[in-house]
Design a protein around this ligand. Structure first.
Ligand SMILES: [Zn+2]
Length: 528
């Protein structure tokens, strides 16, 4: 079944999949299959925010929900459908008149019509026969088309179906005017080679565009999706962060970057928006990605090991397959027990700290010792160690003088802070969704004249014991392309948050060059 033709510019990818369509489309089902993740339920307003971001990202078809599920779900689909997005808006539904009517009512342009084709599903779930399902397919597509819907027929459990029967269902659908057909690998049992064979057989027989919809039960959803596209399928189904039931669906960000970087396919996806989109979906669904997740995981562009960072500082391509900017991210060097001297020197250099050889050996030693104790070493720790060893420790650029916050169920959370910034008193006031948000916004407000520093990530790391236990807040903050980490540990979550934020800001604003040393009594100078 494989035809091997290697393109000459194919440096890394395996070019066995050689039947890519000229135009590849993406169907994002984060708001339908993704929302079926246990514990995830999005309110219509948040569904809309995700849909707008997916539209900006360049997704061709947004499956916005399952209109027949509830009145609220129907409203969410309608809310998205009436936005006039560039993307086609679709709603899922089963092969019943009731479900088709709900899709019509939702104003979605397209129905993703789910009809099972495996004997297992037909007999055990629907208690029907193959002929009955064939008849349902015919009736439902004819009815939906007569009501002006575009129809994508999603054959459920297609990969465990009798292939000839599946073809018969798809051919019947074609005769009724179906717009696309998508065999679903409902329980993720395909392998890339089987997928290639399956889709080659399908796309050489079926005339309408074919979609590929893979689940990740064996961790092969992305690989299978690529294989399906490489065999002529035109529409890649997937979800942001690979959300979905059980082990999830194929991750859109991984499919897009693989197609772009390894298979050199032209896409309309704006890859530089992938990280932001992933973060938005994480925040709104409350499902965080694992640190080592491809493309969007916290560690995907973070380097700690000594040998790696040395090569990386010389040329990032030594240990990165593509630059982080491609997906809207920045590279980070993390210090730990694996850190090499090059990485630590580079870090200190950012802050204008130039230790003598002897001082550096001491700094290096202390960082390693801390790492050996199993502690994650934060940028704030590196600064503190260096200042301590070199006798620089003293006044911080930014210090908290006073903080007030009010909140309740009838008033917006409001915070005000007094900071001492390089010896000068400054104030900031802000509102937020809660006291932590308000307090962080107030700090940002106070320093906005001198610094543009953004909060990249906020994690409450550990709360142990009772309600008066210690809270550990970890933040990543960014100034330009530099990102640093810092922590705050207090019994009060607002205080812990502010401590972490100010500590990170102090690392970012520390620059011992140009006489900007807080210890050299030049403290009223503008921050670096
Ligand atoms: Zn699915």
């Amino acid at each position: 079944m494989f035809t091997v033709t290697l393109k000459s510019d194919f440096k890394w990818g395996i070019a066995l999949f050689n039947r890519f369509a000229k135009r590849l489309n993406f169907l994002d089902t984060t708001l339908r299959d993704g929302e079926q993740t246990p514990g995830v339920s999005l309110i219509p307003e948040n569904k809309l925010r995700i849909a707008q971001r997916l539209d900006e990202l360049g997704i061709d078809i947004i499956e916005a929900g399952f209109a027949a599920v509830s009145e609220g779900e129907l409203e969410a689909v309608r809310l998205i459908a009436k936005q006039g997005l560039n993307a086609e808006v679709a709603s899922a539904g089963r092969g019943t008149k009731n479900d088709i009517d709900a899709v019509i009512k939702s104003d979605a342009q397209t129905m993703c019509m789910i009809i099972p084709t495996s004997d297992l599903h037909i007999e055990q779930k629907l208690h029907k026969t193959r002929d009955q399902v064939l008849k349902t397919t015919e009736e439902c597509i004819t009815y939906a088309k007569a009501h002006g819907l575009k129809v994508d027929l999603l054959a459920e459990d297609a990969t465990r179906s009798d292939f000839n029967y599946l073809l018969k269902v798809f051919q019947t659908a074609e005769n009724c005017g179906v717009d696309r057909v998508t065999p679903c690998d409902t329980v993720g049992i395909l392998t890339p080679d089987r997928t290639y064979e399956f889709f080659t057989n399908l796309t050489t027989t079926i005339k309408v565009p074919v979609g590929v919809h893979c689940h990740n039960d064996f961790g092969m959803a992305v690989a299978n999706t690529i294989a399906g596209l490489g065999a002529g399928a035109q529409v890649a189904h997937g979800t942001i962060n690979g959300l979905g039931e059980r082990a999830g669906n194929a991750a859109i960000e991984e499919i897009a970057v693989t197609l772009h970087s390894l298979y050199k396919q032209q896409l309309r996806i704006k890859t530089e928006l992938l990280y932001n989109t992933s973060q938005l979906v994480s925040r709104l669904t409350g499902v965080y990605t694992q640190p080592n997740k491809a493309i969007v995981g916290e560690n995907a562009f973070k380097h700690e090991s000594g040998i790696h960072t040395q090569g990386m500082l010389a040329n990032p391509l030594t240990y990165e397959p593509f630059p982080p900017e491609l997906v809207g991210r920045n590279r980070r060097i993390a210090q730990g027990k694996h850190s090499g001297s090059h990485a630590i020197k580079a870090d200190l250099d950012c802050m204008g700290i130039n230790p003598s050889e002897e001082q550096f050996r001491e700094i290096f030693q202390r960082i390693k010792e801390l790492g050996d104790k199993g502690k994650e070493i934060l940028d704030a720790d590196v600064l503190a160690i260096a200042e301590n060893v070199m006798g620089l420790a003293g006044v911080k650029s930014i210090e908290l003088q006073e903080m007030t916050f009010v909140g309740g169920d009838k008033v917006s959370a409001t915070a005000s802070v007094h900071l001492c910034v390089n010896g000068k008193d400054v104030c900031g006031t802000a509102v937020g969704v809660g006291p932590v948000d308000a307090a962080i916004n107030a700090v940002k407000d106070a320093i906005k004249e001198t610094e543009v520093i953004e909060l990249e990530q906020y994690n409450v790391k550990a709360i142990t014991g009772g309600t008066d236990a210690m809270v550990e807040v970890m933040v990543n903050m960014r100034k330009g392309t530099r990102i640093v980490t810092a922590m705050g540990v207090r019994e009060d979550i607002v205080k812990a948050s502010i401590e972490a934020v100010i500590s990170a800001m102090n690392v970012l604003t520390t620059d011992y060059r140009n006489g900007n040393n807080p210890n050299n009594n030049n403290s009223t100078k503008k921050l670096a």
